[in-house]
Design a protein around this ligand. Structure first.
Ligand SMILES: [Zn+2]
Length: 67
């Protein structure tokens, strides 16, 4: 009877679920980045020197060096 409506509704639900999932994952990424930022901010860096940059062996923070 109302096949079109049902199909459309189901797709809409799937999209809504996916959008929720994307939102959740973005929030998750945000939290993880804040954790990394916090660790790097409080790290007593031990840098390894590379060409053009240096990298902390403890927290992985990279400092680009400009000459
Ligand atoms: Zn560090």
């Amino acid at each position: 009877m109302d096949q079109l409506y049902i199909n459309k509704d189901r797709e809409s639900l799937v999209v809504e679920e996916l959008q929720e999932e994307v939102k959740r994952l973005k929030e998750n990424i945000n939290q993880l980045e804040q954790q990394i930022h916090y660790i790097q901010k409080n790290c007593k860096h031990v840098f390894l020197e590379f060409e053009g940059f240096r990298k902390c062996i403890k927290c992985q923070k990279i400092d680009v060096q400009y000459y």
